[in-house]
Ligand binder design. Structure first.
Ligand SMILES: [Zn+2]
Length: 315
């Protein structure tokens, strides 16, 4: 079996978080729009994973367990071999700027809620908005987690986010997102053992950092939204640029398997251009990519990837 690994992970952000990023009121969302994660996205992903025979990881925002219909959907996922991991309680985009004590309280609250409501204790974390800080990584380590997967060292993403946030603030519609330190652009793009003092640098922390996929040199992000909405020849070429990487960490969101006909409000669909791609096309593309990942890699959950890589990174 190949020693190279691929992991598929999905951040289960509900549409309310997209409203917050885009500076739109959450009152836009009706009951159907609020239910899309557990009622539509999770079942579509489970069908896709089972079709291609790949395991995956779901990052859960624990405050969303307030809807009692989410936990049973996650239990079904866990029984199908999906790892459940921690995506914070509040999904506060500014969480990384809070104190160590406040961050640890949020993460523990999430850990306890996910554990008690799904029966699965997470061992990994992904930061809201992919923004890490030393205090945040220390809080993740204090939970005894084996990995963090928040580093997204993508130059075009960072620049685009900076531009959009500036534009929204000029429009008087400030985004609730925050911009990460440009240090993230110098972070390793391969799995590394991070410093707890400077999470985007190598060090001797007790856990692994599993960065999300970006290409060598140009650091083009290879994530779900890119794969489902960019011209296919570009997607294929970008995928091939990653072929030598030891670990391909492919990150998606729940919204990547939804489209405008699922009941996403007009105002939000205008801002999130990728929801204009028909879901049939998105699923076809993802099925092809997930299959290719299995051609020359072993597909594993992020927890398994962390376990397999931890000995090798220190060697
Ligand atoms: Zn998120």
């Amino acid at each position: 079996m190949s020693s190279r690994l691929a992991s598929i992970s999905v951040d289960l952000d509900s549409l309310g978080h997209y409203c917050r990023i885009q500076g739109l009121p959450e009152s836009l969302l009706d009951e159907r729009a609020r239910s899309l994660v557990w009622a539509t996205a999770i079942p579509r992903y489970l069908e896709l994973f089972s079709m291609v025979g790949a395991p995956a990881t779901f990052f859960v925002i624990a405050s969303e367990l307030a809807d009692p219909r989410l936990a049973p959907a996650l239990q079904t996922a866990a029984r199908a071999g999906v790892e459940l991991a921690n995506h914070s309680f509040s999904h506060d985009y500014a969480l990384s700027r809070r104190s160590r004590v406040e961050i640890e309280a949020d993460l523990r609250q999430a850990h306890d809620a996910i554990t008690s409501q799904t029966g699965v204790a997470p061992v990994g974390f992904r930061a809201p908005g992919y923004t890490l800080s030393s205090a945040m990584l220390q809080a993740v380590a204090a939970l005894g987690y084996t990995y963090d997967s928040s580093t997204f060292p993508a130059a075009p993403y960072w620049l685009a986010k900076a531009t959009v946030m500036k534009a929204l603030s000029v429009l008087g519609r400030p985004s609730r997102a925050i911009l990460d330190s440009p240090n993230v652009l110098l972070a390793p793009r391969v799995p590394y053992r991070p410093s707890l003092e400077a999470p985007y640098r190598r060090g001797d922390g007790p856990l692994l950092e599993l960065p999300m996929a970006v290409t060598p040199l140009a650091r083009v992000p290879f994530i779900g939204t890119f794969a489902t909405s960019m011209p296919w020849p570009l997607v294929e070429a970008t995928f091939r640029r990653l072929r030598h990487d030891r670990h391909l960490n492919f990150e998606l969101h729940a919204i990547d398997v939804l489209d405008a006909t699922d009941g996403i409000p007009e105002a939000l669909a205008r801002q999130q251009r990728d929801v204009g791609v028909p879901v049939r096309e998105k699923l076809k593309r993802l099925r092809r990519l997930f299959t290719w990942m299995g051609d020359d890699r072993e597909r594993v959950t992020l927890a398994d990837a962390a376990q397999r890589l931890s000995g090798r990174l220190d060697g």
